[in-house]
Design a protein around this ligand. Structure first.
Ligand code: SAH
Length: 488
């Protein structure tokens, strides 16, 4: 059958794609339909077709799946920030585990993964992906106790709504009209109060919101951050100008809020969609807030990178630390270390830790964080992991008992993996935000003699399709392989 745009059809959703779209099959043709749930029977409208698959829009749920729930957020569909709000949280977790499991099997070739419970026992896992007994344990995903209000950071755009009033929220797809929404359920409750104060201040002082189409208007974004452990709040207004008029009036109101610690503005007069500019002007407080992950203290300025879900980050890094198996004497390398979050976590239990990170500002923050925590057994190097590690291995004969990597989505460069193999640490701990590149890199390491010991996912971004994974590899046959090479 030839499908045309806006044709309607009814289909049963049988699966979910990598990004959480429902998949329905009709006469062998595959439809991707967002906002649907496995088990739904839906009526959908054709949007775009390709040879063997197409995209359709959900028009009506004819028979709801038993996994379906009413999204808690009233604008879940328009916003698009959350992909999984139409299914129970537990179902979202199952989806994430399955995605990682399938990628490791399909791309990594790990056919003997085995879902196990907390204790490593086979029973009670509920997933059935045809795993073989006695395989590599795949532990239950670390879910959130409370999957709402977990984000400690929000960057909220300002604009005008349809009535020409100052509004905050998000842009409706491909338009410049702001859909007003001041209470994202993933963000902190204080966001709403802070935005109301800023809008009132703007109205009273005739301050305009920015219009990105004509590059005019002053207030572009509000950056709001909170230290979950300390309760400290930060507000930074991003403006298209060099001065914030009547700033004292804004400060007077904002600093009455409990926990308000830092108020500033950031100058960004560039005509781009990069949110922050380089220059920050402090209006109130020291220019930073403080927070803790575990026992490690972090100083967070408007521009600092900091994990957005600190509660789950502590669990993820706790798992990485457990998988590193440290006794207090080891030499550990932490590649792609960012501001040193994992490095400092490890430094509490290791002999020495070396971090490598490409972004200079992050390295400066990492050093500052080490100093702040009086951790003297850690050292940071600036540069690309695939350049720093091979060079230091060749020139300085560096060694490692454990190597931890936490690369961006594209995974590790082969030059980096190669050097890891040459350094032959007893354990490699791989923390990943993209299970496809994780699977590819694990395959590489395992072909070079490493063995995949265990896998565990962690939900850092509930209701979205994202999932973090941490795995442990051990040396396996690398030593014997080396000997073979030596004799040949
Ligand atoms: N482990 C850190 C950050 C992980 S995010 C934390 O949890 O805080 C990945 C980091 O890798 C980013 O900080 C990014 O700047 C850095 N990065 C990206 N490519 C890199 C490369 N080729 N070499 C070293 N670092 C890199």
């Amino acid at each position: 059958m030839e499908w045309k745009k806006n044709d309607r059809f009814t289909v049963t959703i049988g699966d979910l794609s990598e990004d959480g779209s429902g998949i329905g099959k009709l006469d062998g043709y595959i439809w991707f339909i967002k906002d649907t749930v496995i088990g739904d029977v839906v009526e959908a409208k054709v949007m775009k077709t390709k040879k063997s698959y197409g995209f359709a829009r959900l028009e009506r749920v004819v028979v709801p799946s038993e996994k379906r729930i009413v999204p808690a957020c009233p604008v879940a569909r328009q916003c698009g920030g959350c992909q999984l709000q139409a299914m129970r949280y537990e179902e979202g977790l199952r989806f994430k585990e399955k995605k990682v499991f399938e990628n490791l099997r399909r791309i990594g070739g790990f056919n003997n993964l085995q879902f196990v419970d907390e204790n490593g026992e086979r029973e009670g896992t509920g997933q059935d992906c045809g795993a073989s007994p006695g395989g590599i344990p795949f532990y239950p995903i670390i879910g959130m106790g409370e999957p709402w209000r977990y984000r400690n950071k929000a960057q909220i755009p300002f604009g005008l709504n349809k009535n020409g009033e100052i509004a905050t929220g998000f842009y409706a797809g491909r338009t410049h009209t702001i859909i007003e929404h001041d209470d994202c359920l993933l963000g902190i409750e204080e966001n709403q109060k802070i935005l109301a104060i800023i809008k009132q201040y703007m109205r009273e002082n005739r301050i305009t919101p920015y219009d990105e189409e004509i590059h005019r208007g002053l207030v572009r974004h509000a950056l709001i951050r909170k230290g979950f452990r300390t309760g400290e709040l930060m507000v930074c207004l991003v403006i298209n100008g060099r001065k914030l008029p009547a700033a004292d009036k804004l400060v007077d109101k904002l600093c009455k809020l409990e926990g308000m610690t830092s108020i500033s503005y950031c100058i960004n007069t560039d005509d781009t969609n990069v949110i922050l500019g380089r220059e920050i002007v402090d209006l109130f407080g020291p220019g930073y807030i403080t927070d803790y992950i575990g026992d490690v203290k972090y100083r967070i300025s408007p521009q600092s990178f900091y994990q957005v879900n600190p509660v789950q980050t502590e669990k993820l890094y706790g798992t990485a630390l457990e998988y590193a198996g440290l006794t207090g004497t080891e030499t550990v390398w932490d590649l792609y270390c960012g501001i040193g979050t994992i490095s400092l976590f490890l430094a509490q239990k290791a002999g020495r830790v070396y971090g490598v990170e490409a972004v200079p500002q992050a390295v400066a923050d990492a050093r500052e964080n080490a100093r702040l925590n009086s951790l003297t057994n850690v050292e940071f190097f600036e540069g690309r992991a695939e350049e720093v590690l091979p060079r230091m291995y060749a020139e300085n004969h560096i060694t490692a008992d454990v190597i931890v990597v936490d690369p961006p989505r594209k995974g590790c460069d082969t030059a980096c993996l190669d050097t890891i193999v040459k350094m032959a640490p007893s354990r490699v701990v791989y923390v990943s935000c993209d299970s496809a590149t994780l699977a590819r890199d694990l395959r590489y390491l395992c072909e070079e003699g490493y063995e995949l010991e265990k896998v565990r996912c962690c939900d850092m971004f509930g209701w979205t399709g994202h999932v973090e994974t941490v795995v442990q590899l051990s040396k396996g046959e690398i030593q014997s392989k080396k000997i073979r090479v030596d004799f040949s």
